[in-house]
Design a protein. Sequence first.
Length: 457
Amino acid sequence: MTAAHGPDVLLYNPLSGHGHLDSWLAMFVRLLLQRGHGVQVLTPGPQALLDRLAQDGLKRHSALRLLDWDAARENPSRVRRLLKTCRTAAENYHQRTPASIPTPEMSPVRRLKKRLLQGVVPPVYGLVAPWLPPRSAWDALPPYDAQDVAAGLLDPAQAAWRIAAAVASAPRPPALVCVMYMDMFSLSPARWQAWEQLCPLSWTGVRFVPSAPERLEPYYSLQSLRGMCLLDERERDAYAAALPGLDFALLPDTTFSSLPEVEPPLVATIRARARGRRVVFLGGSIGGQKNLARWEGLIRRADPARWFFVMVGEVHAHSLNAEEAAALERLTTAPPEHFLAHAAYLDDERDFNAVIAASSVIFAVYKRFAISSNMPGKAAALERPILAASGFLMGDRVTRYGIGRAVPEDDEAAMLAALEDLAAHPVPPARFAAYRADFSQDRLADVLTAHVRQCLE
């Protein structure tokens, strides 16, 4: 392997084993290595990454280093935990926080105890405090907001603490940190300020659904932030105008399109069940955005003698409304003969691609889905026409490049008519080729390396 000559980039992947996250990480690693960068990776799923890199012969690349995800984990003794608890309580009384003040609803004994501690603890703590070791920035943070925990949002402060600990145990620090999925993090201003205290390294990120320049996310106030990668040209232009001091890169929403050497059993099952009928594919993370109520309606409208429908992906039932949940329940408990569901995440994206390659049309008429998607990239790479929702970015791209049809997201009759039209009028190969050229991995590598360079200037 050729030795790396570019600065090291640390790719921080906050979650593994869901959707396209691991594939995007592997793609970024591969492209940066090919462009001569050293790459450090911090991910909870290192094996998922290595399995993907092995397909390209990059598993043991000399410029690749996997950092320790658990470097920040502490395993204090019982005595240390007790001392930490006592110190926190003493600081509460010394600073007269609400936790140290007696209230009327407390029992008389507890109120008396707190009054005694209010008199004794502050002077004692004042004597010993100068001899205590300083608290770490992490220990000094207040608890993470329970509402953000319940919403499944990741804590920026914890991520910064994890990155800082991993970098501290690495042979050398990276020149730039890239956070792969900014959309997963809380937008708490306090937790992002803590990020800068815990991890002052220069960084950038990938944001799929930005808020809007008129209500900027709190991390844009951080001195350590150098830029952001976006996937929508309109959003990129708006943020670049609002924040001219940062570099905003427009990433082409490219995709991984390799096929497995051996046909997966799922594909064999689909072929056997379809028996020559045209196959319509819906796949990915199956949630509220997938428009399941209209998907079910389309299935029941279509002629079972001519059409077969396939749904593949991990189901996120919590994101479905009542109508969508009922549609999914009907499809899975009493499925029509011309429908097949595989409600699980496919670990190997090549298997996912093989299902698309075995299909006739991709269904991507998502509901109120205004952002970019790599599904048109799958369509172009595997030369399968795609059906998308009109009035949104993905539908605009499908129409502009002519790689499928765009229809209203709530019009089942229009969806069926578009399927029939695509069957009668196949998409010319040149249309797919044009899309591939503009959304290629080479193009992504150009944009990504230029962004790294700009962030480091």
